[in-house]
Ligand binder design. Sequence first.
Ligand code: AHG
Length: 340
Amino acid sequence: MNDSLKPPPFPSVVGTTLEAHIWAGMRGTPGATGEFASLLNSVTLAVRIIHTRVRAAGLAGMLGYTGEINVQGEEVQKLDAFANEVLCTVLERSGHCAIVASEELEQVKVFGRSGKYIVCFDPLDGSSNIDVNISIGTIFCVLRAPSGDVQTAAGALQAGHEIVAAGYAVYGSATTLFLSTGHGVHGFTLDPGVGEFFLSHPDVKCPERGNTYSINEGNFARWDDKVKKWNGWIKSESKEHGLPYGHRYVGSLVADAHRTLVKGGIFAYPADRKSPSGKLRLLYEANPMAFLFEQAGGMATSGVDRILDIEPRGLHDRTPLVIGSKLDVEAYRDFMLGRR
Ligand code: AHG
């Protein structure tokens, strides 16, 4: 057969929409009612709506600030507020969501007791990159709502190992959505003409080791000595150990994590003198990413401890975050434990 007529290596890729993938997952789960699949499809609808606004933001007067300050003490971008509103509205209307927790909300929103799930999200990650046309994204995870008549904020305070699904969308050169329901990680690319996500990255595996490191080196003076030592090591010259690694840093977690997941390497946002508990938020940034990295065979720690085992105390808890290829995250941990 002429090579150009041969089917692509993953025949199932062609024409598999994200919606079909989600429903197929439901059909493979004994006792599934369709509520979980329907909830996930609502999240993907919200992502498609946010995508259209992000793409047209400069024309639609959606750049710049609302004039408000959010719970993190940061100025709220118009697109942040819009993305938050879209996710809240779509999830409320889905009827399957009991509670949402968002970076943009001081408290959770409780929608009622009929919903079986809780969704935690950062509606638009990488806000500082919005106005300069650099990749931004949406990060989310889904938890089961505790049974009982009354849902409260405490329902969202679950350790990451309770997550039942997590994903992120990157609004970059293309809009992609990477999702895991606990059976590996699968990546989808939006065909904007059709308005559908199609499977483009089946069963993503984070390489065991990479060749790039991603960290805001502008914080060097604020790091403790162990982080400085690791940083010196990873950019030192050693052919034997495959060093130095190249440096890559976008400043949007979704973009830095996405590159690290697909190509391998390490992303680190350690604690420092300015952010003694780290900068990134546990419930809707670190936990979803940690779930995805573990599902793809990578690793996620706070430097030493597994992210998914951290018990949250508050909705907006922060944590140091180190994610990436298993061997790269283990090497970082060795430095933190003083073994190197
Ligand atoms: P957000 O835009 O949601 O507030 O978060 C930005 C986060 C994250 O996306 C990124 O990894 C990190 O902040 C970048 O921080 P620095 O500018 O301190 O490097």
